[in-house]
Design a protein around this ligand. Structure first.
Ligand code: HEM
Ligand code: HEM
Length: 177
């Protein structure tokens, strides 16, 4: 049986994964609300606020990951599988950073900025520039698609390990033992 991730890493994996998927659903739902209406303004600001909170949790997750090494993969996995797992995990971390960052950067090139849960105004530090906004907004949308595609592959890999009962799934599961 392979050793497991630290408890903090396991809890953060599932917390961040569920919040990220919910935030994606929120973003797509948001897209259906008519522009230039109070509802659109309200929910966009809420999306920005929850997105920034998730961004902070992602930073915490990265910190925990850097403090605790990932347990070594069992030798039953071929070298190419170990390389594939490592690179897909690195890419997942990269996208988890780019997603909130691109949303935050876009917000600073629009006059709205972020009103964090309508409690704290974070006024934009950039100019109200539609071209720069569009670059970051497009990066935000592209990174959503890339993240979801990679998560689908990640899920298939997890299912494959689950079917083989090779102990990989229990490395990250919330089971206490
Ligand atoms: C937004 C969704 C998700 C993201 C961003 C994500 C991200 C990650 C990352 C970055 C790792 C590597 C951990 C590390 O080495 O620090 C990991 C590990 C893992 N994830 Fe996910 N994950 C997500 C959802 C899921 C789902 C839905 C499943 C399965 C149902 C899953 C199963 C696993 C397993 C089994 C591992 C352990 C792999 C190993 O032992 O090396 N993940 N995940
Ligand atoms: C943390 C993870 C985040 C996820 C998973 C996420 C996901 C999404 C999704 C799925 C959409 C809809 C994309 C589409 O229609 O193609 C969206 C739109 C948007 N997101 Fe995020 N988001 C996150 C964080 C943020 C943050 C931190 C901000 C800003 C501070 C932000 C600002 C926006 C804005 C302004 C839109 C609307 C864009 C438009 O109307 O064209 N997002 N987001």
């Amino acid at each position: 049986m392979a050793s497991r991730y630290a408890r903090s890493a396991r809890v953060l994996h599932w917390l961040v994964a569920s919040l990220l998927l919910a935030q994606c659903a929120f973003g797509f739902w948001l897209d259906g609300i008519a522009r230039n209406t109070p509802a659109r303004g309200y929910f966009t600001n809420l999306h920005k606020s929850t997105g920034l909170l998730i961004g902070l949790l992602i930073l915490l997750r990265l910190y925990v990951r850097l403090r605790h090494r990932a347990p070594a993969l069992p030798p039953t996995l071929a070298a190419w599988q170990q390389r594939l797992a490592a690179s897909s995990h690195h890419l997942l971390y990269l996208l988890m950073l780019v997603l909130p960052l691109s949303g935050y950067l876009a917000s600073n090139f629009s006059k709205h900025g972020v009103k964090f849960f309508n409690l704290l105004a974070l006024p934009p530090w950039g100019s109200d520039d539609k071209a720069i906004y569009a670059v970051f907004n497009q990066s935000h949308k592209i990174s959503v698609v890339l993240l979801l595609a990679l998560v689908a592959l990640h899920l298939l890999a997890a299912l494959w390990h689950g079917l083989r009962r090779d102990g990989i799934f229990s490395r990250i599961s919330l089971r206490p033992y």
